[in-house]
Design a binder for this molecule. Structure first.
Ligand SMILES: Cc1cc2nc3c(=O)[nH]c(=O)nc-3n(C[C@H](O)[C@H](O)[C@H](O)COP(=O)(O)OP(=O)(O)OC[C@H]3O[C@@H](n4cnc5c(N)ncnc54)[C@H](O)[C@@H]3O)c2cc1C
Length: 635
C-alpha cells in the first residue's frame, strides 16, 4: 500500500472513531451545563430508545400494527392448489402440509427448484448467501469438515437444499412436474377448478375442487427489451440475459454462452445477471469475447459477493445498520464509501459506478450483488460506457459521443416486466357480495403483503412476486408469506374487510413510492427486506421481543449485531422452533467489523439522544388513543 493510501485509511479510521465521541460529548455537555440529573435522564432514556428502536428497522409506516384478525385455536382442513415449485411454491407446500391441509403442486418444468433449477447457467452462483437465503427451520448444508458454510451456493447446491428440505419435512408427494396449469376458474359454489396439461402425455385434465390457490409462478419470465433509435438497422444478434439460462445440468458453460464466443459484444444494463454474464463471457469461456462494452445509464451500486471485511457481503444486513433512518444511513454510507481507498482498477470502476447513482442514493437503489465483471474491467477486456444513444448498423453510439464499432451481439440486461397470470379466468372470480371481478391481475404493490388482492379475498394468494429486496433474498420473504398463507388457510388469521385492506395497501404504497420511486423505475416490485419480514412476523406473532433486552440481553445483542436471517423468526410465537433457532442465531457470526459497528451504533445513538422525548410522547398519545373505543368503521 502506498503512503497516500495508508494516510487515507488512517484518516478514515480516525473519522469513524471520532463518531464514537459525539454521543459521549453530548452527555458530558449536558452534565457540564445542565447538571447530573438531565445528563443521567438523557443517558438512560436515550440508551433505552436506542436499544428498542434498533431491534425493529424501518420507518414508522413500515412498523405499522398487525392487521389480520387472530384466532390461534382455529383450524379447518382445506384443499389447496399451489402453482409453481420454485422456492415460494416449495415453502407454501411445506407450510400448508405441516398445518394439515391437502396440497397439490403443479409445475410446468421437470424438476423442483423453479428458476434456480431450470433457468440458470451451468456453474452459476446465487448472489444471496446460504443463511440469508435459507428457510427459517432448515439449516443450509455444512462443509465436508462439518463447519457452517457461509459462502454462496451454486444454483445446483441450492436446488439440493430445497430437495433436502422437502425430504426432511415429508413433502415429496405433493409435486406434479411437467404439469402446466392452463386455466383456473371459480365455480358457482365458490370452489376453484383448474385445467392442467400433462406435458409428457399431452392430456389435459380438470383438477379440483380447491378451496384456495397459491400462485407461485415466479417473477422472472417476461423479459423487458426497450427499443433504441436505429435498432432495426442492427444486423447482428439480439439477446437477453435470460437467453443464457438453459439448463444448469445439461449444458456446459461454453455451450450456454456459445453465442458470445469470440464475438464483439455490447450489453445494456448492469443488474445481477448481467454482471455475472459479463464476467463469464469476457474471462471464463474457452473463447472469450474479443471486445465487450456495457452501457450503464445511471450508475450502479456494486456489492461484490465477498466484502472488504472478508465476510459474505449480505452479512452486513444487520438490524443495527438498517435501523438508522434511510436518509441518515445514506449520508453515513456515502461517507464510508468516500473514505474507502481505491487501490486498483477494480475499485476505481466500482466507485465510479457508484458516483453516478442518482442523488448518490446508495441506500435507496437496487444493488448489483456481484463484482464478477470487475476483473475484466481491470484487464481491459470490458469497457464501462454511459447510456446508449443510438445504433447505426453495427455501430453503437453512446450519449457521451463515444462509440463501439463492428458489434456482433447486443445483450439486454434490462430485467423483467411485471409478472402476469394468463391462466386465471378474469370473468369467473366473484367478490364476497357476488359481483364478478374483471381484473384479478393487480400489480403486487396493490395486494396486501403483496399477496392478497382485496377483491379476491383469501381465495387466491400470490407468493414470491413483487418482493425483490434491495438486500437479503426473495426465498426468505416468500417463506414468511407462506407462513401467513398457511395460517389464513387454517383460519388462525383472517383478512380484514376490503376497505381496511385497501387503506393499509394505500398507506404502504404511498410510503414505498415516496421512498423509492425517484431511484427505482419498477419501485412497485421491490420491498425493504427487514421491515417487510418484520411486518409478516408481526402478523404471524413471531417477531423478536423488545423485552428480551432485559430478560435475554445476550440474545438481544446477537439479534442487533448479526445479519438478519429467517431463523430469528422461529425463536418465539406460532411455529417456534426455539432450540434450532437459538442454536443458529448464536452460530451466525456478527455482521461486518468492530469499526463499522461502532460507527453505525454511534450515529444511531446520537439520534436517539435527541429523538427519545418526541417518540416517548408519541407512544403515550398512541397508547391513550388505543384506550378510546374504535368506531365500527375501523377494522
Ligand atoms: C440468474 C439469476 C440469479 C438469481 N439469484 C438470486 C439470488 O441469489 N437470491 C435470490 O433471492 N434470488 C435470486 N434470483 C431470483 C430468483 O429467481 C428468485 O429468488 C426465485 O426463483 C423466486 O422463486 P419463486 O418460487 O417465486 O419463482 P420461480 O423460482 O421462478 O418458480 C416459479 C415456477 O413456477 C412454474 N410455473 C409458472 N407458470 C406455471 C404454470 N402456468 N403452470 C405450472 N407451473 C408454472 C415455473 O415452471 C417455475 O418452476 C435470481 C434469478 C436469476 C434469473
Amino acid at each position: 500500500m502506498g503512503i497516500a493510501a495508508k494516510l487515507k485509511t488512517l484518516v478514515a479510521s480516525a473519522i469513524h472513531w471520532f463518531f464514537f465521541l459525539v454521543p459521549a460529548s453530548i452527555i458530558y455537555g449536558l452534565y457540564f451545563f445542565a447538571g447530573p440529573i438531565p445528563a443521567a435522564v438523557t443517558f438512560v432514556c436515550g440508551t433505552l430508545h436506542f436499544l428498542i428502536v434498533i431491534l425493529f428497522p424501518g420507518e414508522k409506516t413500515e412498523r405499522i400494527r398487525p392487521i389480520l384478525k387472530v384466532n390461534d385455536m382455529a383450524f379447518t382442513k382445506k384443499s389447496v392448489m399451489v402453482i409453481g415449485a420454485g422456492p415460494a411454491g416449495v415453502a407454501s407446500c411445506k407450510e400448508l402440509s405441516e398445518a394439515g391441509h391437502d396440497v397439490v403442486c403443479f409445475d410446468a418444468s421437470s424438476r423442483l427448484g423453479g428458476t434456480f433449477a431450470n433457468y440458470f447457467w451451468p456453474g452459476g452462483h446465487l448472489t444471496s448467501s446460504p443463511y440469508v437465503t435459507a428457510f427459517s427451520d432448515f439449516e443450509p448444508a455444512r462443509t465436508k469438515e462439518g463447519n457452517e458454510r457461509f459462502t454462496h451456493h451454486s444454483a445446483e447446491e441450492y436446488v439440493e437444499y430445497l430437495n433436502k428440505y422437502c425430504r426432511h419435512y415429508g413433502v415429496k408427494d405433493v409435486f406434479q412436474f411437467q404439469h402446466k396449469v392452463l386455466h383456473v376458474k371459480e365455480n358457482e359454489d365458490g370452489k376453484i377448478m383448474a385445467d392442467v396439461k400433462n406435458l409428457e402425455t399431452g392430456k389435459t385434465t380438470v383438477e379440483g375442487p380447491f378451496d384456495h390457490i397459491a400462485v407461485c409462478s415466479g417473477a422472472f419470465h417476461t423479459t423487458l427489451k426497450p427499443k433504441f433509435k436505429g435498432l432495426e438497422t442492427f444486423p447482428g444478434q439480439l439477446l437477453h440475459s435470460r437467453d443464457f439460462v438453459a439448463s444448469a445440468t445439461k449444458t456446459t458453460v461454453d455451450e450456454a454462452f456459445k453465442d458470445c464466443s469470440g464475438k464483439r459484444v455490447v450489453s445494456i444494463g448492469l443488474g445481477e445477471s448481467m454482471a455475472d454474464v459479463l464476467g463469464i463471457i469476457t474471462t471464463k469461456i474457452s473463447k472469450p469475447t474479443t471486445y465487450a462494452a456495457c452501457a450503464v445509464r445511471k450508475g450502479a451500486l456494486i456489492i461484490p459477493r465477498i466484502a472488504h471485511t472478508g465476510q459474505v457481503a449480505d452479512f452486513h444486513s444487520t438490524r443495527l445498520r438498517h435501523a438508522i433512518p434511510k436518509r441518515i444511513r445514506n449520508m453515513a454510507v456515502n461517507l464510508n464509501l468516500t473514505l474507502t481507498p481505491r487501490r486498483n482498477a477494480k475499485a476505481i470502476a466500482r466507485f465510479d459506478l457508484m458516483d453516478k447513482l442518482p442523488s448518490k442514493g446508495v441506500t435507496y437503489v437496487k444493488s448489483t450483488k456481484s463484482g464478477f465483471f470487475l476483473p475484466a474491467v481491470e484487464q481491459g477486456k470490458l469497457f464501462i460506457k454511459p447510456a446508449l444513444d443510438r445504433i447505426e448498423g453495427k455501430t453503437v453510439h453512446y450519449v457521451d459521443g463515444t462509440k463501439s464499432e463492428d458489434i456482433d451481439v447486443i445483450i439486454y440486461g434490462t430485467g423483467y416486466d411485471v409478472p402476469n397470470f394468463p391462466f386465471i379466468d378474469e370473468n369467473s372470480f366473484k367478490t364476497s357480495t357476488g359481483e364478478k371481478i374483471m381484473d384479478p391481475h393487480s400489480v403486487p404493490i396493490d395486494r396486501l403483503f403483496r399477496m392478497y388482492n382485496p377483491e379476491l379475498g383469501d381465495k387466491v394468494a400470490y407468493l414470491g412476486l413483487g418482493i425483490r429486496p434491495l438486500v437479503g433474498s426473495i426465498p426468505s420473504s416468500a417463506e414468511m408469506q407462506a407462513r401467513v398463507l398457511a395460517m389464513v388457510v387454517s383460519g388462525k388469521r383472517e383478512l380484514p374487510s376490503k376497505p381496511a385492506m385497501k387503506e393499509r395497501i394505500m398507506k404502504l404504497k404511498k410510503f414505498a413510492s415516496m421512498e423509492s420511486a425517484e431511484f427505482i423505475e419498477q419501485w412497485f416490485l421491490y420491498v425493504n427486506w427487514i421491515p417487510f419480514m418484520d411486518m409478516m412476523a408481526r402478523e404471524i406473532g413471531c417477531i423478536p421481543r423488545s423485552y428480551w433486552m432485559l430478560t435475554r440481553p445476550v440474545l438481544y445483542l446477537k439479534l442487533i449485531f448479526s445479519p438478519v436471517t429467517t431463523f430469528q423468526y422461529r425463536l418465539i410465537g406460532h411455529g417456534a422452533k426455539p432450540k434450532l433457532a437459538n442454536d443458529i442465531v448464536f452460530r451466525v457470526p456478527t455482521g461486518t467489523n468492530v469499526r463499522d459497528n461502532v460507527f453505525f451504533a454511534s450515529v444511531h445513538y446520537t439520534l436517539s439522544l435527541y429523538r427519545w422525548p418526541r417518540d416517548t410522547l408519541e407512544a403515550i398519545f398512541y397508547a391513550l388513543g388505543s384506550l378510546v373505543p374504535k368506531s365500527s368503521k375501523m377494522d
